[in-house]
Design a protein around this ligand. Structure first.
Ligand SMILES: Cc1cc2nc3c(=O)[nH]c(=O)nc-3n(C[C@H](O)[C@H](O)[C@H](O)COP(=O)(O)OP(=O)(O)OC[C@H]3O[C@@H](n4cnc5c(N)ncnc54)[C@H](O)[C@@H]3O)c2cc1C
Length: 316
C-alpha cells in the first residue's frame, strides 16, 4: 500500500493552522502552504520602527468554551491577556464611553498566537496558484484540500470544475486600510481604543502601547471600508488624509514621528453563515472567519478546528 497522500491546507492564518493542528494531532499527514512572508494572515504583527505592532485584528473576544480553553493556555503562558472592556466613542467633539465584552490582546502581537498553534506543523512558504481537478495543488497530490482564506482569495485558486465550492464562496469581503503612527508622546485622551463616529475616513483607533502593555506612543487607526475602497491601488496616498482625520478625532495637536499604511483588500466578511465550514464530495473544505454568524478571530479558530475534525473522521 502506498503512503497516504497529505491533506493540503492552503492558508496559515488562524483557521488554517487550527485545521492543520487537528489533522496533524490525529496522525494524518498534513502540509500547510502560505504565500505570506510570515504566517498569521490577518492576525498580523509586523515590526514598525523596531517595535511589533498589531496592524490587522485589533483584539479578540471569547465566547465559546472550546476557544476559551485555548485562550486559557495562552494566558497561563503570558501569550495573551485580558486587555479592556471599555472604549471611547468620539465624533471629534463629544466623547462618551462604551463597555462590552472583555477584549483580549497579545503582549508579543496577535501573530504570536498563530505561531504558537503552528508549532510542530509542516508549514511551507508557497503561493498556491491552482487547485486543479483530482485534488492537485500546484502539482502536489492531496487526499483532501482545505482553503482557509477569504472567499475572494479562495475563488482565485479553484479550478472551474469545483462548481459547488465556487458557488459557496459568495462573500465579497470589505477592505480596510490600517494606519500605524508613532508620536513624540501620548498627547491624546487616556483610552485603550476609540470608535470614531460619523467620520468618512477612519472608524476605529487602538492605543497599541496600552494594548501591548509597553505604553509606547503608537496609535493604529482603521479606515472605513468606503475610504479603503477608494485607495486600494495607491494606499500610501491615503496616509496624509488618515493622519489628519486621526488628529481631528482625538484632538492631537502634534505631528506623528512616523506614519505607514497597510492595505487589507479582504479585511472582513460582509455576510454571516450558519454553517461552520463547507465540505462537499470533492473533498475541498472551505473554512475561515466568514463561516460564522460572528465573523472574527474566534470564528476563524472554531471554523478551522471543526473542519479539521470532520476531515479526520472521513479520512481515517
Ligand atoms: C484591519 C482588520 C481588523 C480586524 N479587527 C478584528 C478584531 O478587532 N477582532 C477580531 O476578532 N477580528 C478582527 N479582524 C478579523 C480577524 O483578523 C480574522 O477574522 C481572522 O484573523 C481570520 O483568520 P483566517 O485564518 O480565517 O484568515 P486569514 O488570517 O486571512 O488567513 C488566510 C491566509 O491565507 C493565505 N493565502 C491567501 N491566498 C493564498 C494563496 N493563494 N496561496 C497561499 N496562501 C494564501 C494568506 O497569506 C493568509 O495567511 C480584523 C481583520 C482586519 C484585517
Amino acid at each position: 500500500m502506498g503512503a497516504m497522500k497529505p491533506v493540503v491546507v492552503v492558508g496559515a492564518g488562524l483557521a488554517g493552522v487550527a485545521a492543520a493542528r487537528v489533522l496533524t494531532m490525529a496522525g494524518l499527514p498534513t502540509i500547510v502552504l502560505d504565500r505570506g512572508r510570515s504566517i498569521g494572515g490577518r492576525m498580523a504583527s509586523p515590526a514598525s520602527d523596531g517595535r511589533v505592532v498589531d496592524t490587522g485584528a485589533s483584539y479578540f473576544t471569547v465566547s465559546e468554551p472550546e476557544f476559551a480553553a485555548v485562550v486559557d493556555g495562552w494566558r497561563k503562558r503570558g501569550l495573551a491577556r485580558p486587555w479592556t472592556d471599555t472604549f471611547l466613542v468620539t465624533d471629534g467633539e463629544a466623547t462618551s464611553q462604551k463597555s462590552g465584552p472583555m477584549r483580549w490582546a497579545a503582549p508579543r502581537g496577535l501573530r504570536h498566537l498563530v505561531l504558537d498553534l503552528a508549532e510542530g506543523l509542516d508549514i511551507r512558504a508557497q503561493l498556491v496558484t491552482q487547485v486543479a481537478p483530482r485534488l492537485r495543488v500546484d502539482g502536489l497530490a492531496a487526499s483532501a484540500v482545505v482553503l482557509a482564506m477569504p472567499d475572494p482569495q479562495a475563488r482565485r485558486v479553484l479550478h472551474p470544475s469545483y462548481a459547488a465550492e465556487l458557488a459557496a464562496l459568495d462573500d465579497p469581503y470589505d477592505p480596510v486600510l490600517a494606519l500605524t503612527t508613532r508620536w513624540p508622546e501620548a498627547a491624546w485622551p487616556a483610552m485603550d481604543g476609540a470608535f470614531v463616529a460619523d467620520n468618512e475616513i477612519i472608524s476605529w483607533v487602538a492605543d497599541d502601547g496600552r494594548r501591548r502593555g509597553d505604553d509606547a506612543p503608537v496609535l493604529v487607526a482603521h479606515s472605513t471600508p468606503e475610504f479603503a475602497a477608494q485607495h486600494l491601488v495607491e494606499p500610501e496616498k491615503a496616509v496624509d488624509l488618515m493622519v489628519k482625520a486621526l488628529r481631528q478625532a482625538l484632538g492631537i495637536t502634534t505631528e506623528p514621528v512616523s506614519a505607514q499604511v497597510q492595505r487589507w483588500s479582504f479585511a472582513r466578511p460582509t455576510r454571516k453563515r450558519d454553517e461552520p465550514y463547507f465540505l462537499g464530495p470533492a473533498m475541498v473544505g472551505l473554512c475561515g472567519d466568514a463561516w460564522s454568524t460572528k465573523p472574527r478571530v474566534e470564528a476563524a479558530y472554531l471554523s478551522g478546528a471543526a473542519l479539521g475534525r470532520t476531515l479526520v473522521e472521513k479520512l481515517r
